[in-house]
Design a protein around this ligand. Structure first.
Ligand code: AMP
Ligand code: MG
Length: 486
């Protein structure tokens, strides 16, 4: 395995016309220190962490650049809270290039390494708090089996960063096959540069949708592929209780990955109207709005790609969204209930979500405990039942559920095993991230990050001795406020 200083870097984004990006130099940070290195992500690109290598920390924060890296900031625009913003771009992300390993290409990007030509009024920095959250959550999502960008390392610094209060800077080295967003296409539509749209579409197809390369109708198929992967991603978010918080089109990955972690949140008690972003006063990005918002964002992408296809083709591509979303969501929810996938289960799912909501039952805890549901006719299922204030609501639902299990000749022990593989025990609740932030920031203690990484990377396993990480939020957690200022 090569160490970071010996990697074979190349930046293929620079094969695009020069107006797609701007060369940048990361701004050095003082007193850089390594908070965490993600060995499992490193393996993907065959990167070794050599403790003997004196400049490893510098390489992971942009104080030094690996050989072959070409640092750039990429250009994009986007619809933010419904409004088109003509120029965004990487204001605090710097793409170094990528590494090819076992047929996969992994781009490495520094987040928070200083200003770029697209920083507008921003300082190009990310604070330690939000960097820890992104670092942990991207790994948590990966552990849950949800497509996401990854995180290779987390570096801290003494550099002060001014938000509502003075904080310190941190840098996450992100990894992804690509960081191209819907907004990367939108900017050229709104600037009336159809050739640039074609160039970027060809580049994306060539590298990421290669199976479409030689098809006659490759552009409509490309759009359709993005529609499908986005619909599947939304079904996964909804089934695990993840709210992104800022689903602007510049935060929507062209590969259907979860991208740009900010004020995200996982549901504790089941609340469809959950708003994780405290700056989102109107609830545009509330939990239950996400599937519709993604569909709206896809229409913005379709508009950007309109010079490449007929209106009918664009409509047909967008038209598959509801069915792909619904069938994926039903499949996942049926698996979570230990039932074979079938549309006829929809009322059972809806009734369950309704009573979880009305009784403020913790979604993750309930679903995990449901793995141990006893389908005997006289069983009370007290551990589940006691989660409800209205116990009769649970009893009524449980009768229907039991009947369905019995009708499908489901074996309790076997079902428990398969259900535990789809109902996570551990999710990144806000208070868990907060504890890790406080320990690292105020006590220089990264052991909490390490422990969280262990449970979140294998969230379906039991992890004896770590049960407290599966506990519902303590009262103080209600006062944690997350917003866009990160
Ligand atoms: P976000 O919603 O965090 O993904 O950011 C939206 C836009 O603002 C993107 O173009 C970011 O690069 C930019 N941005 C966010 N924070 C900063 C910052 N501290 N400095 C410079 N640009 C930023
Ligand atoms: Mg963003």
């Amino acid at each position: 395995m090569p160490t970071l200083d010996k990697l074979n870097f190349s930046n293929r984004y620079t094969s695009l016309p020069a107006f797609f990006y701007r060369p940048v130099t990361p701004s050095p940070i003082p007193d850089a220190y390594l908070l965490h290195f993600n060995h499992s992500a490193a393996k993907l690109a065959d990167i070794a962490l050599d403790p003997e290598s004196c400049n490893i920390t510098d390489l992971l924060c942009g104080n030094a650049l690996p050989t072959g890296a070409e640092a750039i900031a990429t250009l994009y625009a986007g619809h933010q809270f419904g409004q088109y913003v003509p120029q965004l771009g990487d204001g605090r992300a710097i793409l170094l290039g990528g590494i090819e390993h076992e047929g996969n290409y992994w781009e490495l990007q520094l987040k928070g390494a200083g200003t770029t030509p697209y920083s507008r009024n921003g300082d190009g920095r990310a604070v330690l708090r939000s960097s820890i959250r992104e670092y942990l959550c991207s790994e948590a999502m990966h552990g849950l089996g949800i497509p996401t960008t990854r995180a290779l390392s987390l570096i801290g610094s003494s550099l002060p960063v001014y938000r509502e209060s003075v904080e310190t800077a941190a840098i996450v080295m992100r990894m992804s096959p690509s960081f191209i967003r819907f907004g990367s296409f939108e900017i050229f539509f709104h600037r009336n540069q159809p050739e640039a749209i074609r160039t970027l579409a060809d580049y994306t197809i060539q590298h990421h949708y290669a199976e479409l390369r030689d098809t006659a109708d490759k552009y409509p198929r490309f759009l359709q592929a993005v529609v499908a992967s986005t619909a599947k991603l939304m079904a996964q978010w909804q089934s695990v209780g993840f709210a992104h918080g800022v689903m602007n089109t510049d935060n929507m990955s062209i590969l259907g990955l979860t991208l740009d972690y900010g004020p995200f949140g996982f549901l504790d008690h089941y609340d469809p109207h959950f708003i994780c972003n405290h700056s989102d006063h109107a609830g545009r990005y509330a939990f239950d709005q996400q599937p519709d918002v993604a569909a709206w964002n896809l229409t913005r992408l379709a508009q950007a790609l309109s010079p490449l296809m007929s209106t009918e083709d664009a409509k047909a591509a967008l038209g598959i969204y509801p069915a792909v979303f619904a069938s994926t969501y039903i499949d996942i929810m049926c698996a979570k209930l230990g039932l074979s996938a079938d549309k006829s289960r929809i009322p059972l799912i809806m009734q369950l979500l309704d009573i979880l909501h009305k009784n403020r039952v913790d979604y993750t805890i309930f679903m995990r405990k449901l793995s141990d549901f006893d389908s005997a006719s006289d069983a009370i299922n007290a551990p589940l039942r006691d989660l409800f204030t209205d116990r009769s609501a649970f009893d009524t639902w449980a009768i229907t559920y039991r009947n369905l299990l019995n009708a499908s000749k489901s074996n309790d022990n076997e079902r428990a095993l398969t259900m535990r593989r789809v109902n996570p025990k551990y999710i990144l609740r806000n208070y868990l991230a907060e504890n890790a932030i406080i320990a690292a920031r105020d006590h220089n203690d990264t052991s909490e990050i390490e422990r969280l990484m262990q449970v979140l990377q294998q969230p379906y396993d039991e992890h004896p001795g770590m049960e407290t990480y599966a506990a519902p939020p303590p009262d103080w957690a209600q006062h944690i406020s997350v917003s866009c200022s990160s």
